[in-house]
Write a protein that binds this ligand. Structure first.
Ligand SMILES: Nc1ncnc2c1ncn2[C@@H]1O[C@H](COP(=O)(O)OP(=O)(O)OP(=O)(O)O)[C@@H](O)[C@H]1O
Ligand SMILES: [Mg+2]
Length: 232
């Protein structure tokens, strides 16, 4: 469903992505793991045509209308309330407005429908951004750190929603710093370190390879083992 082949990207002199190659299969929950600055958001920006790669090939088996995107900068209108924010998108995508309340319910925000975005908590705002990303039932969903900074309960709610979307046929591409989250959610992960994919495969297998005791190793220890260097 998503393919990247030898993607290279520079920002000025800095090589941000070097020869990134991986594939995401249909109906998979794929996790791109890496520390801050590894290049995760840059990959999402390239795949969603917000940035151009210097070289390499990438493709998605869905049109831009069939793609949902939730980024760190959510681009929500702070003076409008939740339902108004979703209605704007519903109108753009030609979706009946009754779907907006339904979607708001699915992220547990029905009681905040009339609350302005500027007055939402971080977790509520994140869930609204997710609601907007899934409103048009996209075939491919990009989620940039969907649960970063959320309390465990809210994060669990978002995880449940991600599973539901996959069960309904969506392919999910998410980024995270958190190995435990990746193990719980993803069928397949790729580890990105300074723009280089250093490991990929099923998260359980990666954990086994890098941890003799079968608990989830933290991401940092896997990276240190693979690169021999401390994370910056
Ligand atoms: N528009 C830009 N201009 C110049 N440098 C950029 C730009 N966008 C990103 N970078 C640089 O590219 C590198 C990768 O950034 P990116 O945002 O992709 O990392 P990330 O893995 O998403 O990090 P985080 O986990 O903090 O979100 C960083 O060194 C960053 O400073
Ligand atoms: Mg990022």
């Amino acid at each position: 469903m998503i393919k990247l082949n030898n993607i290279v990207k520079h920002f000025g002199e800095q090589v941000v992505l070097s020869d990134v190659t991986f594939e995401v299969k249909e109906r998979e929950i794929f996790g791109l793991l890496g520390p801050s600055g590894a290049g995760k958001t840059t990959i999402i920006n390239i795949l969603t045509h917000q940035l151009e790669a210097d070289s390499g090939i990438h493709e998605i088996g869905a049109t831009s209308f069939e793609t949902g995107l939730m980024l760190d900068e959510d681009g929500l209108y702070v003076r409008l309330n939740c339902i108004e924010n979703l209605n704007i998108f519903a109108d753009i995508y030609g979706i009946p407005r009754k779907k907006t309340l339904e979607t708001l319910k699915s992220v547990g925000l029905e009681n905040a429908a009339k609350k302005s975005v500027g007055k939402l908590s971080r977790g509520m705002r994140q869930r609204l951004a997710l609601a907007r990303a899934i409103l048009h039932e996209p075939k491919v969903l990009f989620l940039d750190e969907p649960s970063s900074g959320l309390d465990p309960e809210t994060a669990r709610g978002i995880h449940k929603l991600i599973f539901n979307l996959r069960d309904k046929g969506a392919t999910v591409f998410l980024t995270t710093h958190n190995m435990e989250e990746a193990v719980k959610l993803c069928n397949c992960v790729a580890l990105l370190h300074k723009g280089v994919i250093i490991e990929q495969g099923a998260p359980g297998e990666i954990c086994e390879r890098h941890n003799a005791v079968k608990t989830v190793p933290d991401l940092e220890s896997v990276f240190i083992k693979l690169t021999g260097a401390e994370l910056v």
